[in-house]
Design a protein around this ligand. Structure first.
Ligand code: CP
Length: 315
């Protein structure tokens, strides 16, 4: 089976294919009746070992709108709490004959480990600090739509600044890969302690000075401080952090005119982003990102299950 474990595994034409496929689901999702029978009879298991609002609900809604039977496993209410291993949990889900398994896990590489143990496509809904591929795809779709509104056909040459806790961010990693594949030039900005060593090797230009990173950028993508991954490390105070790295209206003016504001959520308002920026009409596409999340996940579930449904699909 073909899995969706990372953006790194996708060719550029495959990224574009998933974005194009999602368009039909954006259209369906905007109708009053949002139902398709494309995945009728299939069972999808969402196994979430970490908290989620957007990713879990949008995968659940995506599966249901495609006509599949969708069940959710929350680790906190599961036998993981009784000491069951990750592999035993994976084998258990597999024995229930799931047709696709969507997994979020706190450890980088855990989703790939499960993919090697089951007989169906596995979709990575975020693994530790590694990747969050459907987030990068939905971000690319939301961005492409906004750029089209501005009369720009592609992301080619677009300047994007990703700012925040880059060190712990799977969203940053997936987005650097996806945006670059689509032709964008990516800057990353973080305090020295939250910048991964060797980020230049990914082709992103690192900055510690937020104002310098914002100068002339077309898109600014803000990230939350992931304090849940900072045990034992120094965590800046929210006040201190906002002072140096918070996206305020005056700072936004350093970007290109009409710069696009993005945030994967969940936001910590008044820390990495001010409310008036997050809600800035015409420039913030944060709610569009969430809307595109459902359509992208419909496209991924559809494409990855095609072979099992006897259709031409990704090998
Ligand atoms: N953006 C994102 O992954 O949000 P959730 O953690 O709420 O799923």
């Amino acid at each position: 089976h073909r899995h969706l474990l990372s953006i790194g595994q996708l060719e550029t034409h495959e990224i574009l294919y998933l974005l194009d496929e999602a368009e039909q689901w954006v259209a369906l999702n905007r109708q009053s009746s949002k139902h398709s029978d494309a995945l009728s009879g299939l069972t999808i298991i969402n196994a979430f070992f970490e908290n989620s609002t957007r990713t879990l609900l949008s995968f659940e809604i995506a599966g249901k709108r495609l006509g599949a039977d969708v069940v959710n496993m929350h680790a906190a209410q599961s036998s993981v709490k009784k000491g069951e291993t990750l592999i035993d949990t994976a084998v258990t889900l597999n024995s229930m004959r799931a047709d696709a398994i969507v997994i979020r896990h706190q450890s980088s590489g855990a989703v790939a480990l499960i993919a090697g143990k089951v007989d169906c496509p596995v979709l990575n809904a975020g693994d530790g600090q590694h990747e969050h591929p459907t987030q990068a795809l939905l971000d690319a779709l939301a961005l492409r739509n906004k750029l089209r509104e501005q009369g720009r056909e592609s992301l080619n040459g677009l300047k994007v600044t990703i700012c925040g806790d880059v060190l712990h961010s799977r969203v940053a990693r997936s987005n650097i890969l996806c945006l670059q594949a689509l032709g964008a030039v990516v800057r990353v900005c973080a305090p020295p302690a939250l910048m991964p060593a060797g980020i230049e090797a990914m082709g992103a230009e690192p900055f510690h000075d937020f104002e310098a990173a914002l100068a002339g950028t077309d898109v600014v993508m803000m990230l939350r401080l992931q304090s849940e991954r900072m045990e034992g490390q120094f965590i800046p105070s929210p006040r201190e952090y906002r002072h140096l790295y918070g996206l305020t209206l005056p700072r936004l003016r350093r970007c290109a005119p009409d710069a696009i504001v993005m945030h994967p959520g969940p936001m910590n308002r008044g820390v990495e982003i001010d409310s008036d920026v997050a809600e800035l009409a015409g420039q913030s596409i944060i709610t569009d990102q969430v809307e595109m999340g459902v359509a992208i996940r419909m496209a991924c579930l559809d494409v990855l299950t095609r072979r099992a449904r006897g259709l031409e699909g990704w090998a």
